[in-house]
Design a binder for this molecule. Structure first.
Ligand SMILES: [Zn+2]
Length: 301
């Protein structure tokens, strides 16, 4: 049994090479399920962090806060408690939790109290599937696909969490940083030297911009999460592509910024987080960066 399993994993790229349909179907279905899990991460991870911070702060301020009534907060994890309708607490049954299909079948409403379920959930699942298929098409049935899928899925959660809370959790950025460095030990994407310099330059460059901006204007334009995310891309792509990434991030930023102003009458006071631009630009650079860079250099010269 185990031997069969090992031989399957050693030969799976052969199966997938012989049958592209099987390959894309597998990636498509797995990424739909992952998309559903990402919805949970996007919704719950910030709540878990808030819970932890609150209790750490209370512990730290032990004597000072005894007269302040503790806030009602329930401990949650990614798996507990089960998902419920936020309005009527109706427990979501397994067949109401099938990615995209359940939402369409329920016509976007809770089966018990008919409260609207946000279209965001099926959209996150669909985008996860589409982006995963692009990665699968780009890298083919290789180990690279697997690693880039992990990165893609993490970037989707980072993008959404940053949009919601202006927060890029260390729980996601730091493992990605280590993973990029480890993968490049045998040069999976770039030589290790480029990756190590990339990680350091990535962090330090935005860190310097942050302080310069703060000294000049007294405002904080970015958070420490942004430096870490830029370091992640340095570790995966090497330092050479970082200038292109920043260029792309400003293009993505302009497009998203303008569309938010046009379509959503976005509150200008609220500010727009920088993380999503970095994440989207970094993903595009990972897939097509070298081509874009060559084209850009030819165009300006
Ligand atoms: Zn309900």
């Amino acid at each position: 049994m185990i031997d069969n399993l090992i031989s399957f994993f050693q030969n799976f790229h052969v199966f997938f090479n012989q049958s592209p349909i099987l390959f894309y179907t597998t990636v498509g279905l797995i990424s739909l399920v992952i998309g559903s899990f990402l919805n949970v991460v996007i919704y719950r991870l910030p709540k878990i962090m808030e819970y932890t911070w609150y209790h750490e702060c209370r512990e730290f301020l032990a004597d000072e806060v005894t007269d302040i009534k503790p806030k009602e907060m329930t401990a949650i994890t990614l798996s507990k408690p089960d998902s419920t309708c936020p309005n009527c607490n109706h427990k979501i049954r397994y067949y109401e939790n099938i990615p995209v299909i359940s939402w369409l079948f329920l016509k976007g409403k809770c089966s018990n109290c008919t409260t609207k379920i946000s279209a965001r959930y099926p959209l996150v699942e669909l985008s996860t599937m589409l982006l995963s298929l692009v990665v699968a098409h780009h890298f083919g049935p290789t180990a690279e696909t697997f690693w880039v899928l992990l990165l893609t899925w993490s970037l989707i959660s980072l993008t959404m969490i940053d949009f919601d809370h202006m927060l890029l959790p260390d729980q996601i950025t730091l493992p990605l940083l280590w993973l990029g460095l480890l993968l490049n030990i045998n040069g999976t994407f770039v030589p290790l030297t480029d990756a190590v310099i990339g990680a350091a330059v990535g962090y330090m460059s935005l860190f310097s911009v942050f302080w310069l901006f703060k000294l000049l204007t007294g405002k904080e334009g970015m958070g420490f999460g942004d430096f870490k995310l830029f370091a992640v891309f340095g570790a995966w792509l090497g330092w050479q592509l970082l200038p292109l990434l920043i260029l792309m991030a400003s293009v993505v930023g302009a497009i998203i910024g303008i569309s938010l102003l046009l379509f959503k009458n976005h509150n200008k006071e609220q500010g727009i987080p920088f993380g999503p631009y970095l994440a989207i630009a970094g993903w595009i650079t990972l897939l097509w960066g070298n081509g874009i860079w060559t084209w850009y250099l030819q165009t300006i010269s």
